[in-house]
Design a binder for this molecule. Structure first.
Ligand code: PAF
Length: 285
C-alpha cells in the first residue's frame, strides 16, 4: 500500500538512517512509464533504500493547464514500484502536502528560482511553474532526506534549476540525472503522450527529427547557432505549433552564438494541442 502520511515516511527513513543505509528518492507525478522505470532502476543500483513519490503537484500547474486532466494511475504505479523492489511509494494528498487551505502565493512559503533560469524555455509560457516545482521538490527533500535524488534529462531546464536550488540552499542531496528514454520511433517518453492519437504520435516525431538533424549538422562542423536553428524549419508543417527551439549552454542555460560540446538543444512544440518537449546534448553526455 502506498504511504500517504509524511510522518510514516519520516519514521521509516529514520530507521534506515540509524542502520547506516543510503536513501534514494525518485520524485514523480505518477503515470509511470519506462522513463520513470529507468530512474527507479538507477536508484535501486545506487541506494540501499528507494522512495518513489507519486504526487500530481497542483502548484506547478497554471490555471489553464491540465492539472485536473493529468493521468492518475496509482494502482498501476504501485504495482510497477513493487515489482522493482521500491521500499516506499509515497502518495500524499494535496492536503497532506499543503494543508487544507487555499493554495496561493499568500498562504504558502515558496522557493523561487532566479529569474535568469526561469525566464526562458518552459518558464516563459508556464509562469510560476518552476516556483511550484522547486517548492514541492524541496518539501520532498525535507520529508525523505534522501542521499540521492533521480531526475530525467527530458526535463532539462527542471534539472538545471533543481541543481541550482540544491547548491544555493545547501541541500545535502546529490542529484543524479538519467538519460532520456525513447520509443523505438524516437519519440521521447512522456506521461502526456497518452493524450496523442496514433496520427499525432507520428507528427510528434518532428521533435526528435529536428534535434537529430541539428546534432548531425553540428557533428559535420556547423557551429553557428542561427544556422543550426534554420535547419529546423523544413521539418515543420501546419500540424506543429512550435513554442521554442533554443541552443544554450547545458549547465547555465546561457545563450551562445557558437555551439560547442557543452551545448544543449531544446525544443517545445504542440501537436494536437499537446505540449511536448525534448532535448539533445551536442557533445554526447
Ligand atoms: O518532473 C516531474 O514529474 C515533476 O516536476 C516533479 C519533479 C515530480 C515535481 O512535481
Amino acid at each position: 500500500m502506498p504511504v500517504n502520511n509524511i510522518e510514516d515516511v519520516r519514521k521509516n527513513v529514520k530507521e534506515w538512517k540509524k542502520e547506516g543505509l543510503t536513501v534514494g528518492l525518485v520524485p514523480t507525478m505518477g503515470a509511470l512509464h519506462a522513463g520513470h522505470l529507468s530512474l527507479i532502476k538507477k536508484a535501486k543500483e545506487t541506494c540501499d533504500r528507494v522512495v518513489v513519490s507519486v504526487f500530481v503537484n497542483p502548484i506547478q500547474f497554471g490555471p489553464a493547464e491540465d492539472y485536473d486532466k493529468y493521468p492518475r494511475t496509482l494502482d498501476a504505479d504501485e504495482k510497477l514500484c513493487n515489482s522493482e523492489g521500491v521500499d516506499i511509494v509515497f502518495a500524499p494528498t494535496p492536503a497532506e502536502m499543503y494543508g487544507g487551505g487555499r493554495l496561493s502565493n499568500d498562504t504558502l512559503t515558496y522557493v523561487c528560482p532566479p529569474f535568469f533560469y526561469v525566464n526562458k524555455l518552459c518558464g516563459k509560457t508556464r509562469v510560476g511553474h518552476f516556483d511550484g516545482v522547486c517548492t514541492v521538490v524541496l518539501k520532498l527533500f525535507n520529508i525523505v532526506q534522501p542521499d540521492y535524488a533521480f531526475f530525467g534529462q527530458k526535463d532539462a531546464q527542471q534539472v538545471v534549476i533543481v541543481k541550482k536550488m540544491v547548491k544555493d540552499l545547501n541541500v545535502p542531496v546529490q542529484i543524479i540525472q538519467c538519460p532520456i528514454v525513447r520509443e523505438e520511433s524516437g519519440l521521447a517518453l512522456s506521461s502526456r503522450n497518452k493524450y496523442l492519437s496514433e496520427e499525432g504520435k507520428k507528427d510528434a516525431l518532428v521533435l526528435s527529427r529536428i534535434l537529430n538533424n541539428i546534432k548531425s549538422c553540428y557533428l559535420k562542423g556547423i557551429t553557428d547557432v542561427s544556422a543550426l536553428k534554420e535547419t529546423a524549419y523544413s521539418f515543420l508543417t501546419d500540424k506543429h505549433d512550435l513554442e521554442y527551439l533554443e541552443i544554450l549552454d547545458k549547465n547555465t542555460l546561457e545563450e551562445k552564438d557558437k555551439a560547442d560540446d557543452d551545448t544543449i538543444v531544446l525544443i517545445a512544440c504542440r501537436v494536437e494541442g499537446v505540449r511536448l518537449i525534448d532535448n539533445v546534448y551536442l557533445g554526447g553526455k
